[in-house]
Design a protein around this ligand. Sequence first.
Ligand code: SAM
Ligand code: SF4
Ligand code: SF4
Length: 368
Amino acid sequence: MSKVIFHAGHHPAVLAPGATLSEFPVRGGGPVRDARGRPLHDLRISVTDRCNFRCTYCMPREVFGSNYEFMPHSALLSFEEIARIAGVAVGLGVQKIRLTGGEPLLRRDLEILVGMLSRLRTVDDRPVEITLTTNGTLLAKKARALKEAGLSRVTVSLDALDDQMFERMSDSHVSVKTVLNGIEEAARVGLAPVKVNMVVRKGLNDQQILPMARHFRHSGHILRFIEFMDVGKTNGWNLQEVVSGAEILERISAEFPLEAISASYRGEVANRWRYRDNAGEIGLITSVSQPFCGDCTRARLSPEGKLFLCLFASQGHDLRTLVRSGASDAAIAAHFTGIWSQRDDHYSEIRGRETANREKIEMSYIGG
Ligand code: SAM
Ligand code: SF4
Ligand code: SF4
């Protein structure tokens, strides 16, 4: 047999003559690119759709209340299934894996999954970088085990330093101190530098921009401000509630002068800035005011094994059925390649009044 053709979507993936299935597709076909020429570099894996917070911009309690039906455990991918899909994705060029959710630390024994993923090697034989985004409530307890299992770094979400405002944003009774302890413990065990994500919503927590900046200067942690996005369909997004990255920058630099730092790699989502007095750096994630779809190299895997090609997609591509049918790695790789090669998503570049009301997946299901 001189060549094997995988019928994956509309684009058959062709194995080069003489190549074996185990060589496909990385050594046979090279890293995959989508319809806009974007490679696949990052995989975000949502390990649960559950969360112990009800952040108003993500899981408003009116929608995610006591009657809300979360996924049954049997629907979730097992750690073995996740690791298998991740391994295939790494073979197609993924260099970085981020675990997210819902709240990923609610998934029991997450460090076991971290251990499995940390054994993966990139196509150029380097370790895959494994990171985690968490609301930090369970981090102080879990940080050491996660580090020992091979986690590289963490990103912790924190939208206010003031307890009352934090309770309002997260709609929980967790104290700011609990999250700060998680951040400190993560840094202490070596999950550093810790990134701290603050979603800014105008008229709500934007008065916390400066207190947050002051608090994290000189800490070694990197504070990143995120423009409030129209993800999902439940958070009542409105452009008037977005504080642009430019405005955030203006407010901070009025007190602490800043200068730009260049991106550390193609596709980095944050614009990086450094305090001129060497007090550290901050980031701005300006997905609304300055879309970065042209460099978007991220695929997202949902808790039940659907592959999403964009944060604002309405539909995913089911991988669980294929994995549970006993398909070979090569067949999964071919399917994945077919899906990625047709990817044309660039939602943030076409965002407008009409798109805000489109059917979209929820952030709490697919992760940030
Ligand atoms: N529960 C974890 C956490 O909060 O870090 C991980 C999942 S959460 C969905 C991932 C990130 O998405 C968080 O940093 C959160 O602040 C951000 N996020 C959620 N909804 C958002 C929105 N509407 N606009 C901007 N960022 C959002
Ligand atoms: Fe939970 Fe994170 Fe969403 Fe907040 S942003 S509700 S912590 S998943
Ligand atoms: Fe990537 Fe979609 Fe966000 Fe554009 S809108 S940067 S394609 S996730």
